[in-house]
Design a protein around this ligand. Structure first.
Ligand SMILES: CC(C)(COP(=O)(O)OP(=O)(O)OC[C@H]1O[C@@H](n2cnc3c(N)ncnc32)[C@H](O)[C@@H]1OP(=O)(O)O)[C@@H](O)C(=O)NCCC(=O)NCCS
Length: 172
């Protein structure tokens, strides 16, 4: 997606319907590359096969959907907050630019939005590979859970929570 490792430019904005195809491509690439050591090939295929552009319509209407992008307008990351359910629905980073702090920035932005919406305890159903990322950001693992895909496949994940009201990083 053209992001050079030397490039410092990265911004975050709300996603629009025009982003759907690029979001789907990023989401699929992120799963295939960054989740491959924790799920079987069959699970990865089942997971990515449902990610068509139209699957984001509901999130774009009902949730807070943010994208991180570079100076070429290429997408570097996706973050989704479900205010109604006090839940972080997704954070997926372009595999070419993972580990450079983009996930942390998206997570901070989603948490700030949650606080502004008077959410004091937030939940995430983390992939097995992202558990330590969320732990580094103050999330506490509760229990293993199964995420059911539309085709009947199930993915193991970890339900984690964070108390935003007592978070030291709290911003006003
Ligand atoms: C997990 C993910 C969102 C993290 O985003 P990222 O931009 O790569 O992470 P960052 O660069 O912000 O990392 C921040 C810190 O977490 C650490 N970290 C990042 N990914 C990690 C991982 N998988 N396991 C443990 N630590 C991780 C980094 O080393 C960094 O540590 P530091 O702050 O002490 O330097 C990203 O790797 C990803 O998209 N993974 C695949 C999709 C996924 O599983 N998403 C979660 C869905 S709930």
């Amino acid at each position: 997606m053209g992001w050079r490792s030397t490039e410092k430019y990265m911004k975050i904005r709300k996603a629009s319907k025009a982003d759907k195809e690029n979001i789907a491509n990023l989401h699929i690439a992120s799963i295939r590359q960054l989740c491959r050591n924790h799920y079987t090939r069959k699970q990865l295929n089942a997971w990515t096969s449902v990610l068509t552009p139209s699957i984001y319509d509901q999130a774009l209407e009902k949730k807070v959907v943010l994208v991180a992008y570079d100076s070429q307008q290429d997408l570097l990351g996706l973050g989704i907050l479900d205010i109604e359910n006090s839940e972080i629905s997704a954070i997926y980073i372009n595999p070419d630019t993972a580990g450079k702090g983009i996930g942390a920035k998206l997570l901070n932005e989603l948490e700030m939005t949650a606080r502004n919406s008077k959410i004091f305890r937030i939940t995430v159903h983390s992939t097995l590979n992202a558990k330590s990322f969320y732990m580094n950001h103050g999330y506490i693992a509760q229990e293993l859970a199964l995420h059911s895909l539309p085709n009947g496949s199930k993915l193991e994940c970890v339900r984690m929570i964070k108390d935003l009201s007592t978070d030291a990083e709290q911003r006003h």
